[in-house]
Design a protein around this ligand. Structure first.
Ligand SMILES: Cc1cc2nc3c(=O)[nH]c(=O)nc-3n(C[C@H](O)[C@H](O)[C@H](O)COP(=O)(O)OP(=O)(O)OC[C@H]3O[C@@H](n4cnc5c(N)ncnc54)[C@H](O)[C@@H]3O)c2cc1C
Length: 396
């Protein structure tokens, strides 16, 4: 029998970075909040991620959000009261040929005009002066010194802990099966165990959001793409920056604990996901195709040859919620009062987490979010191309 729980003002579906950051904001403002997750903290995108914290290479509409997020990342450890292992030593987007050299140079000009502290490194000597381990045949790169990276599990754990201290409750291992809507208003959610009622629901369920929205007649054109991730054992310091390439076909960084975390470009998802018991609880797992490993390794050998012999510790694949324009939906659901959507981050949502939390909390409270959000509207896709045709823009 399904139980009832109506003790909350706000229900948040999903305990990734978007959901926990929102819970933190709402609980700190004195509201009664419950976060419900099918698995646990950072079980999907926010755990699978590369975890680059990057403004460079962002779409012009997303750049103000990324800049505001990076301002928050600066003091996030103090704000949350525990470490996120955020480090701010820059992002290099590497050109591999003349065409990419031109594209990156143009991107730097455009983003500098938009006020970002990004510069173009026009030759191999200038980029190796910043990152000496890079290959000697890379002709140029962009460099944004205020970009960086963080530990994704530590970050989500820190947001969740801060939310709990402010009174938020967490229900993990509980899957939301239905969003409850009556007369155009959200009324709550139903899980396999409990019916929760609340006047406001924030849906931050990553790739799983569409299956909860479809029964309500909201069909967002979100495609699931797969990215292979290889993590090495810890090794000595070789690389401070996050590396990326044009088009997002490869990215990599060295974690503060010495492990390399390197990713492939986006691939079609083979559709398989298993659920396993781990030390952290039941978790979803996606295994990458064998062919993708050579792509990750070959590119690393070309770009960062001194690191490619580092032994592998673990390999996984992560899934990404891609929209046709590679921008997220941050909006109230069309026609459903009180249901706020955060979906379709298209491989960019980790960096945005701290500002996403503030924006979603503002939307849920009916406050002014402080940003122009037209580019993130839920109804913008009418007549748009299928999301599967879009290029990934993930690059750390
Ligand atoms: C390989 C990879 C590399 C990436 N690299 C970067 C990067 O360098 N920089 C960057 O900014 N972004 C990056 N991203 C993207 C970023 O990680 C995501 O956009 C972000 O973590 C999404 O966070 P979220 O909280 O919105 O969703 P998620 O972290 O996916 O959280 C959704 C949560 O909802 C839960 N859930 C799902 N269905 C249900 C249900 N029915 N009921 C209850 N709970 C449910 C899940 O268990 C999950 O915990 C990358 C992603 C991947 C996969």
């Amino acid at each position: 029998m399904i139980g009832m729980d109506s003790n909350f003002d706000f229900i948040i579906v999903g305990a990734g970075i978007s959901g926990t950051a929102t819970a933190c904001q709402l609980a700190r403002a004195g509201h009664k909040v419950v976060v419900i997750d099918r698995f646990g903290l950072a079980a999907m995108g926010s755990g699978w991620t590369l975890a680059g914290v990057r403004q460079s290479g962002r779409h012009p509409a997303e750049l103000p959000l990324a800049k505001a997020a990076v301002d928050l990342w600066r003091n996030l450890d103090d704000d949350l009261g525990q470490p996120t292992h955020y480090t701010r030593k820059g992002n290099l987007r590497l050109a591999r040929n003349e065409e990419e050299y031109r594209q990156i140079k143009a991107m730097v000009e455009e983003q500098s005009a938009d006020g970002l502290d990004v510069s173009f490194l026009p030759d191999n000597a200038s980029l190796r002066a910043i990152a000496p381990a890079l290959a000697r045949n890379i002709p140029g790169a962009s460099f944004c010194p205020s970009d960086g990276h963080a530990d994704p599990i530590a970050t989500v754990t820190a947001f969740a802990a801060a939310a709990r201290r402010a009174g938020a409750q967490f229900r993990t291992g509980e899957r939301v099966t239905r969003l409850l809507v009556k007369k155009g208003r959200i009324r709550g959610v139903e899980t396999e165990k409990t019916r929760y009622s609340a006047g406001k629901v924030v849906l931050a369920a990553g790739i799983a959001g569409t299956e909860l929205l479809s029964p309500l007649g909201i069909d967002l054109p979100i495609a699931v793409r797969m990215v292979t991730v290889v993590r090495s054992v810890p090794t000595g310091p070789i690389l401070d920056q996050v590396l990326g390439v044009c088009g997002g076909g490869w990215a990599g960084r060295q974690e503060v604990n010495g492990r390399f975390r390197v990713t492939s470009g986006g691939q079609p998802w083979h559709g398989m996901m298993s659920v396993k018991q781990t030390a952290e609880g039941v978790r979803p797992e996606v295994q990458p195709p064998i062919a993708s490993l050579s792509q990750v390794a070959d590119e690393m050998a070309r770009l960062l040859p001194g690191a490619v012999e580092t032994p592998v510790e673990t390999i996984w694949a992560g899934l990404i919620d891609m929209t046709p324009d590679a921008l997220p939906v941050l909006d109230e659901a069309p026609g459903i009062e009180g249901l706020v959507l955060a979906i379709g981050f298209s491989g960019h949502g980790f960096c945005l987490g701290p500002i996403t939390g503030r924006i979603l909390a503002a939307l849920a409270l009916g406050h002014e979010p402080g940003f122009e959000l037209t580019a993130f509207a839920a109804d913008r896709f009418k007549g748009a191309a299928d999301a599967t045709e879009q290029e990934m823009t993930l690059h750390g």
